[in-house]
Design a protein around this ligand. Structure first.
Ligand code: NAP
Length: 242
């Protein structure tokens, strides 16, 4: 039977690449978008034209009411998700001393609380079915710490802590919870960096190039597969050897 995957922040970047790859592999794909409705619609058309099964769903993942509403809509159209990919995220470059309380809260509201809200909303049906996969997109900066990205790094480290703890709590329900920690991946998120900074970052990557969104999507597809059923509570770095 076909499985349903919900991918947050899937209108563009890594999320969009996951949506295309999962659709190509026969999953029913729920594409969540927040501000990029037109991009979500274009992706929907693209996937449907190639015979894939998908629908788009609005929600600000930091808003519990939005996520509850999205859950009802996903359930009605595609069935309750078997796989949840918490991909949506925001980033910002700032000296620690310039980060305001509001900016700290905003970062945690989307990157950490958003993951908590989506897990809280979608986990109960996975527990009932005794089957599920949660894949949380953290960041290499959540593992290593990134200069001028203290709030981002901390919010992504929180996702790792959440995943490791939740993995232990739900393992006997046949649910795995893992993180992917992407390195430097070529998406809109990297556009804040100058060409010079990108060059410097590339020099730190053993593979000698930035990652592609597909590199992350391939890892997510594996973690969602039956072959990954004995892997839980892990952080898989997809960083080209950063
Ligand atoms: P991106 O191209 O900037 O995309 C970010 C996505 O997050 C967008 O689809 C956006 O949706 C969504 N989003 C933001 N706030 C949201 C909210 N409140 N509710 C729902 N969706 C929201 O970035 P990306 O590079 O693909 O990043 C995807 C994930 O990978 C993020 O968690 C990011 O932190 C992580 N990551 C990226 C890199 C990298 O180098 N690119 C490295 C490490 C980790 P809308 O456009 O619809 O608003």
């Amino acid at each position: 039977m076909k499985k349903t995957v919900l991918i947050t922040g899937a209108a563009r970047g890594i999320g969009a690449s996951c949506a295309e790859l999962f659709a190509k592999n026969g999953y029913r794909v729920a594409i969540n978008y927040f501000q990029s409705k037109l991009k979500a619609q274009a992706l929907l058309e693209k996937i449907k034209q190639t015979g894939g099964c998908c629908e788009i769903f609005y929600a600000d993942i930091s808003n519990y009411d939005d996520v509850k509403k999205m859950h009802e809509e996903v359930e009605n159209k595609l069935g309750d998700p078997d796989i949840l990919i918490n991909n949506a995220g925001i980033s910002e470059q700032k000296l620690f001393t310039d980060i305001t309380l509001e900016e700290w809260d905003e970062m945690f509201s989307v990157n950490s609380k958003g993951v908590f809200i989506c897990c809280k909303e979608f986990l109960p049906s996975m527990i009932r079915k005794k089957q599920g996969r949660i894949i949380n997109i953290s960041s290499i900066w959540g593992v290593l710490g990134g200069s001028c990205e203290v709030h981002y790094s901390a919010s992504k480290a929180a996702v790792i802590g959440l995943s490791k703890a939740l993995a232990k709590e739900v393992a006997l329900s046949n649910i795995t919870v893992n993180c992917i920690a992407p390195g430097v991946i070529s998406t809109d998120m990297m556009k804040i960096h100058s060409k010079q900074t990108i060059k410097l970052l590339e020099q730190e990557i053993a593979c000698g190039r930035m990652g592609r969104p597909e590199d992350v999507a391939n890892a997510a597809l594996f973690l969602a597969s039956d072959e990954a059923s004995y892997i839980t509570g892990q952080v898989l770095n997809v960083d080209g050897g950063f």
